[in-house]
Ligand binder design. Structure first.
Ligand SMILES: NC(=O)c1ccc[n+]([C@@H]2O[C@H](COP(=O)([O-])OP(=O)(O)OC[C@H]3O[C@@H](n4cnc5c(N)ncnc54)[C@H](OP(=O)(O)O)[C@@H]3O)[C@@H](O)[C@H]2O)c1
Length: 184
């Protein structure tokens, strides 16, 4: 798989989900997510959003597929058919091939969760950026973001904002190769 960016919202404990859904309600973060994943650098090419089957199912049916983006669902289950308006891939490599065949072409690819697919993407892709929303509270999560590899350095940290008493902030991390050990 070529270069991807990750988009994630996590609590103070790196928790990202609970019982198959998001543990918080933050409309400003949903707008932030939509803006990041929809903004095109090279229109009319659309961006792609790549997600696990469980994350797809967590999106209310009236909001999926996510509009103005190529939706790719990862599943190893041969019985799971691509829902109307979305693509299904059995691996990130297959997702790459499907996207390469898009008639208009795609611009940027975003991995949007959940836990299994973030882990896969950090292991198997050239991940360039992580758009991270930090929710400043601990929820009782059962899905978590993996430990951020040390190569990811924070390049932007937004102010602490608040919605309905819940504090959150927007951050960007970028992959910067660590200097080879012994380098001066
Ligand atoms: N806070 C956030 O930003 C955020 C973002 C997204 C999701 N979430 C939350 O995260 C939770 C879901 O995470 P999750 O880890 O349970 O599920 P997930 O990563 O969304 O999806 C897991 C599914 O992906 C498929 N899969 C996994 N590895 C694969 C591989 N190597 N190749 C192809 N397909 C593969 C499998 O589908 P099959 O079983 O069909 O084979 C697996 O069951 C929910 O609570 C959701 O709300 C939070």
């Amino acid at each position: 798989m070529g270069q991807v960016d990750l988009v994630v919202a996590m609590d103070s404990d790196n928790g990202i989900g609970k019982s198959g859904g998001l543990p918080w309600q933050l409309s400003a973060d949903l707008r932030h997510f939509r803006d990041i994943t929809t903004r095109m650098d090279h229109p009319p090419k659309r961006n792609a959003v790549i997600m696990g089957r469980r994350t797809w199912l967590s999106i209310p049916s009236k909001f999926r597929p996510l509009p103005d983006r190529i939706n790719v669902i990862l599943s190893r289950d041969p019985a799971f058919q691509a829902p109307e308006g979305a693509l299904k891939a059995q691996s990130l490599t297959e997702a790459d091939h499907l996207l390469a065949r898009d008639p208009v072409g795609f611009d940027r690819a975003f991995v949007i969760g959940g836990q299994q697919i973030y882990e896969l993407a950090l292991r198997e892709t050239a991940c360039r950026r992580i758009y991270l929303t930090r929710v400043h509270r601990r929820f009782d999560c059962d899905a978590f973001f993996p430990t951020l590899p040390p190569e990811f350095q924070e390049i932007s940290a937004g102010p602490v904002l608040s919605e309905n008493g819940l504090d959150y902030s927007f951050h960007i991390f970028e992959y910067v190769p660590l200097p080879a050990s012994g380098a001066k």
